[in-house]
Design a protein around this ligand. Structure first.
Ligand code: ATP
Ligand code: FE
Length: 336
């Protein structure tokens, strides 16, 4: 079975090929046009997808060493995401499937992030055992999900305001760092003192998250200090980044610990763009080691948006014979 995966939900155009569950290729074209705007501009994203999609799919097929006629089905991201971006991948998948005479499989982008641990290069690669907990931390979502099977996921808790990625990006923005700010905070943190500044941690019941209070507290710290010293941010950026990152990690780990205790699961995974963060990766690995849990930390290439995760999520649906109708429209919003 050969699945072609297509991802176009936000600002990365990606195509991947998997054969019997093993990854043959994964090509990602990231869009640079958004940097100067400090965020993703939907109209520009759609246009760039339109430009990238043919060469990206073509490259993925060539690198996989297959011919288009070998493709069993085309899996595409149907949502959530930017509608204009999703339309490009959805329409392309349909057109190509008609040309090849194969079926299409629609994939929930968030399922893709959660199932990224099933992307394997060889049959011996380890994969999580069910049920497992997945901390899904991305640009648009922060959720704790109990994964009972590839098709059965239960959201135990989620953010009531900003996503973890938004907390990184918005705080980075007020520091004057380029978009997306998450990777810059990560880099600066390496040289900073994580205990130097204290920022507000939310008191939210159960397993839900909140990051907007932290964002405000970060903003006020900058504002108050910049009044006294205009060079405050520049002179303290490593400590600010490290303290911010440490606070976000503490918030994430606190709820993860609660979820582990409530569910009693033995396996913990992380997924989504923020799972690329070195501090998050180390903290989750340490937590799992000290609590005797199996930890699944994704390869960095599979943390941010990629089509390999879409292909593997589509593969599980394909195995169930769960195909998508040709009149399916993408959806901008949908939960897990
Ligand atoms: P969603 O998946 O919720 O629809 P998305 O697809 O836009 O949102 P992803 O591509 O999964 O989000 O992740 C992007 C986010 O990951 C951005 O907020 C970015 O700042 C963050 N990110 C990427 N690398 C790092 C890092 N090293 N440290 C912190 N954050 C990071
Ligand atoms: Fe994503």
């Amino acid at each position: 079975t050969i699945i072609l995966g297509i991802e176009s939900s936000c600002d990365d155009t990606s195509a991947a090929v998997i054969k019997d569950g093993l990854l043959l290729s994964n090509v990602i074209a990231s869009q640079k046009v958004h940097e100067e705007y400090g965020g993703v501009v939907p109209e520009l994203a759609s246009r760039a997808h339109q430009q990238n999609i043919v060469p990206v799919v073509d490259t993925a097929i060539r690198r996989a060493g297959i011919s288009p006629s070998d493709i069993s089905a085309i899996a595409f991201t149907r949502g959530p995401g930017l509608l204009g971006s999703l339309l490009v991948g959805t329409s392309f998948a349909k057109g190509m499937a008609i040309g090849l005479g194969c079926r299409i499989v629609d994939v929930n982008h968030l399922h893709g992030h959660v199932l990224s641990h099933f992307i394997r290069n060889t049959v011996t690669d380890r994969v999580p055992e069910f049920p497992y907990l997945c901390l899904l931390i991305s640009g648009g979502n922060s959720q704790i999900i109990l994964v009972n099977s590839p098709r059965d996921m239960q959201v135990l808790g989620q953010t009531i305001d900003d996503a973890a990625g938004e907390a990184f990006d918005k705080c980075a923005k007020v520091m004057g760092l380029p978009y997306p700010g998450g990777p810059h905070i990560d880099r600066l943190s390496q040289e900073g003192d994580p205990k130097r500044f204290k920022f507000a941690k939310p008191h939210i019941p159960e397993l839900d998250y909140s990051f907007s209070g932290l964002k405000t507290s970060f903003l006020y710290t900058l504002r108050d200090n910049v009044k006294a010293d205009p060079d405050f941010i520049e002179n303290n950026k490593a400590d600010l980044a490290a303290s911010l990152q440490a606070t976000i990690i503490a918030i994430l780990l606190d709820k993860l610990d609660k979820a582990v205790k409530i569910t009693g699961v033995k396996t913990v995974a992380i997924g989504g763009g923020v799972s690329a963060n070195s501090g998050v990766r180390a903290a989750v690995a340490d937590y799992c080691a000290s609590h005797n849990l199996a930890a699944f930390i994704p390869e960095r290439a599979f943390t941010t948006d990629n089509a390999a995760m879409v292909a593997i999520a589509g593969y599980f649906k394909y195995l169930d014979g769960d195909f998508c109708a040709m009149d399916a429209a993408p959806y901008a919003r949908v939960s897990v």
